[in-house]
Design a protein around this ligand. Structure first.
Ligand code: ARG
Length: 561
């Protein structure tokens, strides 16, 4: 059984008081007070009620306070002008709640009572092209959302959606045929061959035609071409796995664009036949503009005038297939914000032609990783930064700290630095890649949180005091508890906004609150054994919550640092 979040419990109690007075119970919503020095909690519902009932807000607040006053769970309920309710709860009630959180397997974290069936499409690396800085954010944000949804009790299926089909494959096959090469190509060769072939196809229509013909033959099942393609996919996926393993990321489904290629021809026929697709200048399109659009949304291109399917066709077919196979409640795509229009078109088309089922289709975009010049991050020579090089930069920086005796486990720390930096700014804004800042053990960084977690853990291990009942008596203890009760809210907000950054912020604030608490409230040297045991219980709760947050951010905590 999950622990009902304290704010929810308080809202119910205060809501009942509003209801007793004949006002809507929702008006009893209790929030954390922004002025901790004035009150622990606050309810502003009387203001709204007064407006609706044309009454004096202060009188309503006073009436509510009067009802709540005898309830021993409250230490103080004060109506203050113009109509706020300031609420403090009793130490007994507060302590019992915090105790329940510390004993809960989820440490009071949010658990949904409506588990959704979610498909999460993220990472999306492309065959024969190196994973680059652009894939970092999709991988890290997508994987964090996966972990958050799961911890909240949703059913999530992740799909890597490999870019493993289309003209690039034709270009490579045609290039290999031209060179007459027979021995298998390596990934390094493919990574050189692809940009060369792409550039040549741009220059030379004959070569482009060869590439197109090669895709067609591949589509029609040419065995030699299939074998070449399989090989491209195999060598590329090996490298993708190696990169992702370092980032602690795995997928439930390793499907790709190629997996819906057989869905496309009948789908196109169906849409042509039922009039959902219309012919336009030799191509076939699905109109997706809506009368309420502020900006013009161009139609989704289904088939080009040369008969070729496109990126959007593949994504539409993928939705059809996912809905038929999984009947999801939500399909969430974590992809660069620059593809937003593409997804808007595909989603609208899917709903219009009836392929979306009950699924909500959603694109979670993100901004770019930038250099200190504010432009997308590049290598020193101006090339695209490969993901593996980016990872190595962070691990090397952590390695330097290790060499200086500041930390241990450079790999875990470097990766944490990179992931936390990526997750902690709101996704839609880009951020500046600043490795020295990322690996610092001070400030809002991954290593700081790892360090905080290790430190709390070692405090717990060192003490031979048995865990006791939590009893909040000092303001430093209450302040820490006041932070810990926000955990379910932080999780919930992160889920609703699809924003891991909210958890980064919460974990950071909790770690800071713990430092303050510990400075004022020693554990081993506490005045008596009961106090020590109670504080140890608080430490256990904080450790559990920080560990849970780091786990949801996909960050591993080393044994020691
Ligand atoms: N392979 C694509 C790219 O590198 C990303 C794929 C995103 N997912 C999707 N279903 N379109 O841009």
């Amino acid at each position: 059984m999950a622990v009902t979040p304290l704010l929810e419990q308080l809202s119910t109690i205060v809501g009942e008081a509003f209801a007793q007075l004949g006002y809507p119970a929702e008006r009893g919503k209790v929030v954390i007070s922004t002025r901790w020095d004035l009150a622990q909690f606050q309810c502003n519902g009387a203001m709204a009620v007064a407006k609706e009932a044309k009454k004096n807000p202060l009188e309503i607040a006073e009436a509510v306070a009067k009802i709540l006053f005898p309830d021993t769970r409250f230490a103080r309920v004060a109506a203050v002008a113009p109509g706020f309710l300031n609420i403090d709860i009793s130490d007994k009630f507060f302590s019992a709640h915090v105790q329940a959180m510390a004993q809960d397997e989820h440490f009071g974290g949010f658990r949904t009572d409506e588990p959704l069936n979610i498909i999460l499409d993220y990472c999306g690396p492309n065959v024969a092209k190196p994973m680059h800085v652009g894939h970092l954010r999709s991988s890290v944000i997508g994987n964090s959302l996966y972990r958050i949804f799961k911890r909240a009790g949703h059913r999530v299926t992740s799909d890597i959606h490999l870019g493993d089909w289309g003209l690039p494959m034709g270009m490579l096959i045609a290039e290999i045929k031209r060179t007459g090469r027979t021995e298998p190509v390596t990934l390094e060769e493919l990574e050189v061959m692809y940009p060369k072939a792409a550039a040549e196809c741009k220059e030379d229509p004959a070569k482009l035609e060869e590439a197109r013909a090669a895709v067609q033959a591949l589509q029609d099942g040419n065995e030699e071409y299939r074998a070449l393609w399989r090989h491209f996919v195999d060598v590329s996926v090996k490298k993708v796995i190696a990169n992702l393993e370092r980032l602690d990321i795995d997928f439930d489904l390793w499907l790709g664009e190629s997996d819906v290629q057989n869905v496309i021809p009948p789908m196109v026929e169906e849409l042509k036949g039922n009039g959902k697709a219309i012919a336009s200048e030799g191509a076939w399109i699905v109109e997706v503009a809506e009368p309420t659009d502020k900006n013009e949304i161009p139609p989704m291109l289904l088939v080009k005038s040369d008969g070729a399917a496109l990126y959007s066709t593949t994504d539409l077919a993928t939705i059809k297939q996912r809905v038929e196979e999984y009947n999801p409640d939500l399909i969430l795509y974590v992809v660069d914000q620059r593809q937003h229009l593409h997804f808007e078109q595909v989603f609208r088309a899917a709903r219009k032609v009836g392929y979306a089922g009950k699924a909500k289709l959603e694109h979670k975009g993100y901004g770019t990783v930038n250099g200190k010049d504010g432009k997308p991050f590049k290598t020193r020579t101006g090339g695209v930064m490969k993901l593996e090089d980016l990872i190595q930069l962070c691990v090397d920086a952590a390695g330097q700290k290790e060499a200086a005796g500041e930390v241990n486990e450079a790999e875990a720390i470097g990766i944490a630095a990179l992931k936390f930096a990526d997750l902690s700014s709101t996704s839609i804004s880009g951020y500046v890649f600043d490795v020295d800042k990322f690996v610092s053990t001070e400030g809002k960084t991954g290593p700081y949180l790892q360090y905080a977690c290790v430190r709390v853990h070692s405090l717990m291990e060192k003490s031979d005091i048995p865990l006791g009942r939590i009893s909040l008596t000092l303001s430093a203890e209450r302040a820490l508890a006041h932070m810990a009760i926000r955990f379910p809210n932080a999780m919930r907000e992160a889920i609703d906004a699809r924003e891991p950054s909210i958890l980064c912020e919460f974990a950071y604030e909790l770690a800071q609150a713990f430092s303050k608490f510990y400075a004022a409230c020693p554990i081993a040297k506490a005045e008596d054994a009961t106090t020590a045991a109670s504080r140890l219980g608080l430490a256990k709760l904080v450790h559990g919550q920080i560990s849970a947050c780091l786990d949801m951010l996909g960050i591993r905590v080393p044994e020691r640092m």
